[in-house]
Design a protein around this ligand. Structure first.
Ligand code: PEP
Ligand code: MN
Length: 339
């Protein structure tokens, strides 16, 4: 059960609602986000929700059977829209392309990529400055200095910045320079990090853990929401399966499932999902047809020279073609996914 409280709900009214919830056999948790106050009620007792709905201070009561309640579409039927400002929104009604290098490498690279994206009408640039690398000897990112010039050139051109945060202490450092915090697959179940990202007022792009089930993935999103941040983008990026011919197994089944179960926007990252440059475009298009609301693509002027993930990175010419095909595909996606 999920109870949404009125903004005007007074503390003694909250206390009275909590008493009633407990009396009905439920365990309530109070969740305050930037725009709403909820009581997430855990339990399975039979309850006539009207007995709670009429209490002073209650805005609405919903029966939510899903274990991840706040991110569930059982109560919020209208999909969540995320406003990034300057006319950039993430929603189910329009397809979003976010692109950029795996890693930010130098200022010249940023300048060239920003100008390329601007010409291509892409308003979100990705780029890692804290890089989770499987080997400690690989390039691990430029850190905050890289983020500063990344952000400076993006802001000057109306482009939004998405970059990965790896630990709690980086949130505050990155905050002034990012528009979306990315949580990588390796941190998808770093619950301390998720809790802290729940306290910020900027959106979080949450990648699926490489061994997370979809319920666990939604539980990770529930952590962020229940700590106070409603602005979450789910991103399928492939899971570890037995196949070794490509980097990960992109679970496209996840896309319609997540759209059905959750009100949050659903993205797909085919670059990491398949890990082979030639297969990125078909998987991006397939994700779009599966209902993805956006894609995260790795692009680089010279992928052969990229500091990380060059093997799965599109060059600018390839990117132009993929963007064009995705834009053509968007019309078809809209016909199929008419929500
Ligand atoms: C990335 O986006 O560069 C990245 C490291 O992604 P993931 O966490 O999905 O591996
Ligand atoms: Mn990468």
């Amino acid at each position: 059960m999920l109870i949404q409280l009125k903004q005007t709900c007074l503390p003694d009214q909250v206390a009275c609602i909590i008493d009633k919830v407990k009396e009905s056999g439920y365990k309530p948790a109070s969740v305050k986000t930037a725009s709403n106050h909820y009581l997430v009620c855990i339990g399975s007792a039979e309850v006539d929700i009207r007995t709670i709905g009429h209490l002073p201070g209650v805005k609405d009561v919903y029966v939510v059977e899903d274990s991840n309640k706040l991110v569930s579409r059982q109560w919020r039927v209208n999909p969540t829209q995320i406003d990034l400002g300057e006319g950039v929104t993430i929603s189910r009604t329009q397809f979003t392309i976010a692109a950029g290098p795996c890693s930010i490498e130098n200022e010249e690279q940023v300048i060239k990529t920003v100008s390329f994206l601007k010409k291509q009408n892409i308003s979100i640039m990705r780029g890692g400055i804290f890089k989770p690398r499987s080997s400690p000897y690989a390039f691990r990112g430029l850190g905050i200095d890289g983020l500063k010039f990344f952000s400076k050139h993006c802001r000057a051109n109306g482009i939004k910045v998405v970059s990965e945060v790896m630990q709690v202490s980086q949130i505050e450092l990155m905050y002034p320079y990012v528009d979306i915090f990315q949580v990588g697959t390796r941190n998808a179940q770093n619950f301390n990090l998720l809790d802290e990202l729940g306290k910020v007022d900027k959106p979080v792009l949450l990648k699926r853990g490489m061994s997370s089930t979809l319920t666990e993935f939604l539980a990770s999103a529930e952590y962020i929401f229940s700590s106070g941040n409603e602005k979450i983008i789910l991103c399928e990026r492939g899971i570890r399966a037995f196949e070794k011919e490509y980097r990960n197994t992109l679970d496209l089944n996840a896309i319609p499932y997540l759209k059905d179960k959750s009100h949050l926007p659903v993205f797909c990252d085919p670059s990491h999902g398949v890990g082979v440059r030639e297969y990125v475009e078909p998987m991006a298009l397939a994700a779009q047809m599966a209902g993805a609301d956006g894609v995260l693509l790795e692009i680089h002027e010279t992928p052969e020279k990229a500091a990380s993930d060059g093997q799965q990175t599109l060059n600018f010419q390839e990117a132009i073609q993929t963007f064009r095909r995705l834009r053509m595909g968007d019309a078809m996606r809209k016909n199929w996914w008419n929500d």
